[in-house]
Design a protein around this ligand. Structure first.
Ligand SMILES: C[S@@+](CC[C@H](N)C(=O)[O-])C[C@H]1O[C@@H](n2cnc3c(N)ncnc32)[C@H](O)[C@@H]1O
Length: 447
């Protein structure tokens, strides 16, 4: 099957959005090895390298055309692009983040591969996959109907490779059985596509490929003309474009930390704050402070940490008989005036060293920015009538006094005075203000 990177990328915006929403749920901070299975033209693999600049990133794809494009796109990025079938490829060491976006639907029997992928994960490692689940939409059923007509049935045969994906619950059960903590969900996007015959153009980048691979050029032209007409009956352009409903299935799963405790009440391994182990160095990133509350990892809803079965949690329903106890802090929101995102990035990422995480697309239009480090998540939200919070404040925990002092030094040099305070037993701490005057407390455990 011959992929055409240019045709595939005609709808790059719509195709990349699920990737962003998938990766937003992966909480890894300093992974050693990151793998993108089915990396395609590489533009999304580049996002992985940007997010984790110190990681060794591998892109794996079986299409020579896609690999060629990915090597161009990723030149100089340090990403290693490997031409291989993902069913045969092996990572060089344990993997900290394994991503597969819009690929596994092309791999028959991919559910059986999941235990192998789970086995590649380092302790605390993440598996994130996304597959389309739109195969009952006219874009697919019309093609199947056309291929089954007398004109094409004998020519194409009955064994055309067709994409296959499962419901979220199937992935959840399979990966739970591998000992992973799983967060699975689905979304139906109402994609608004621009241009004439937009859904046909979309399908030329993906859906049509297995069919076209069987045909001579003239035959392909004939079939495409028919398919295009069939699609036109279902997808009628409106003033804003052509609406193409598109269901997608998302799965983010994490292998438990090596030493994380398992609450007696939980049937599954417990998650602990970010502690990505690097197979390269054997070094483990910041350990949670002893005695600190254990927050669920970013990919795991709080309900999971409370032992609520995932399917019920995903549906928003409490577990039968559950008291409804809250489990942990998910994030803290601070306010900022409109248009201050650059200043916020300079402060929270540049000085405090937090990593910016993409806001979900539905929320991004509101402005502001989200930041994360380990289990700490800060959301900066825009408030038109902004007033600085001078008393209420988050307490941000550093791993050690040395780290706290280094942050204090960076703040002072950048013009944010710090005020040390000895009044909190068991902790060193200081206060400062963010660029808008919001009070912040930073602390580290004594001893
Ligand atoms: C729809 S594209 C997705 C590309 C990329 N992940 C993205 O989201 O833009 C699917 C990719 O999976 C690759 N692929 C399909 N089957 C594969 C296999 N068995 N091994 C490796 N790559 C495969 C294709 O070559 C193609 O580049």
């Amino acid at each position: 099957m011959r992929w055409d990177p240019a045709q595939y990328l005609r709808f790059a915006d719509q195709r990349s959005r699920p990737f962003g929403e998938l990766l937003a749920r992966v909480g890894s901070e300093r992974p050693g090895i990151v793998v993108d299975l089915g990396c395609g033209p590489g533009q999304l693999t580049a996002e992985l390298a940007r997010r984790w600049p110190s990681a060794r990133v591998f892109g794996v794809d079986s299409s020579p055309q896609m690999v060629e494009r990915a090597r161009q796109v990723l030149a100089g990025s340090g990403v290693q692009v490997v031409e291989a079938d993902l069913r045969d490829w092996q990572p060089p060491a344990q993997v900290d983040v394994l991503v597969s976006n819009a690929t596994l639907q092309w791999v028959p029997g991919h559910r059986d591969l999941l235990p192998r992928f789970a086995g590649w994960l380092a302790h605390g490692g993440w598996l994130a996959l996304q597959v389309p689940g739109n195969f009952t939409e006219p874009s697919h059923t019309e093609l199947a109907a056309l291929c089954a007509t007398p004109r094409w049935r004998d020519r194409l045969g009955a064994d055309l490779p067709a994409p296959v994906a499962h419901d979220p619950a199937v992935y959840l059960e399979t990966l739970n059985a591998c000992g992973l903590i799983v967060d699975a969900w689905e979304t139906t996007y109402l994609q608004v596509l621009a241009g004439p015959d937009a859904v046909y153009e979309w399908a030329r980048g993906t859906t049509l490929l297995p069919v076209l691979a069987q045909l001579e050029a003239a035959e392909a032209e004939e079939l495409c003309a028919d398919y295009r007409q069939r699609l036109a009956r279902h997808y009628v352009p409106g003033p804003a474009g052509t609406v193409m409903p598109f269901r997608r299935v998302f799965v983010v799963a994490q292998r438990a930390q090596r030493s994380s405790p398992r609450p007696a009440s939980s049937p599954e391994p417990a998650s602990s704050p970010e502690q990505a182990s690097s197979p390269e160095t054997g070094v483990e990133a910041t350990a949670p402070v002893a005695g600190a509350p254990v927050a669920p990892a970013a990919g795991v809803p709080a309900a999971r940490a409370a032992g609520v079965p995932a399917a019920r949690a995903a549906a928003g329903a409490p577990a039968a008989g559950a008291f409804g106890t809250l489990a942990a802090l998910h994030h803290v929101q601070l306010a900022a005036p409109p248009g201050s995102e650059q200043v916020d990035r300079a402060f929270y990422a540049g000085i405090l060293g937090l990593a910016e995480v993409p806001k979900p697309v539905g929320l991004a239009a509101r402005g502001g920015a989200w930041f994360r480090a380990g289990s700490l998540e800060l959301h900066i939200g825009v408030e038109a009538d902004f007033r600085a919070a001078r008393k209420a404040h988050p307490g941000l925990l550093a791993g050690s006094l040395a780290e706290l002092e280094a942050i204090a030094e960076r703040l002072s040099v950048a013009g944010h005075p710090v005020r040390w305070d000895q009044d909190f037993p068991g902790y060193h701490r200081f206060y400062t203000e963010d660029p808008h005057g919001n009070r912040l407390e930073l602390l580290a455990p004594r001893g």
